[in-house]
Write a protein that binds this ligand. Structure first.
Ligand SMILES: [Zn+2]
Length: 89
């Protein structure tokens, strides 16, 4: 492979990686919406670690505070990152 092919291949690999990360964050957000909609007493899946938990109170979404922090860090970081990418183009 020439330098240009290597470069293009790297661009493609990075794009695929970003897409996968983006998809994962989107899936996380979808799980979050599912948890929010679930009734109290229902089994829900923690949006961050996918652990099955019982929704004991109407506003219970995450299995632990760690997962809650991680969720918000992830979802807002990705938004920032993509905004940055967008401005560069
Ligand atoms: Zn969790």
């Amino acid at each position: 492979m020439g330098d240009r092919e290597v470069y293009l291949n790297n661009v493609w690999v990075n794009a695929a990686k970003n897409q996968r990360e983006y998809d994962e964050v989107e899936a996380m957000k979808k799980r979050y919406q599912d948890c929010k909609r679930a009734e109290t007493g229902a089994t829900i899946i923690c949006p961050t670690c996918k652990k099955r938990i019982i929704k004991r109170t109407y506003n219970k979404i995450f299995c632990k505070n760690d997962c809650k922090d991680k969720f918000w860090n992830n979802t807002s970081d990705k938004r920032r990152e993509r905004a940055k990418d967008f401005n560069r183009k």
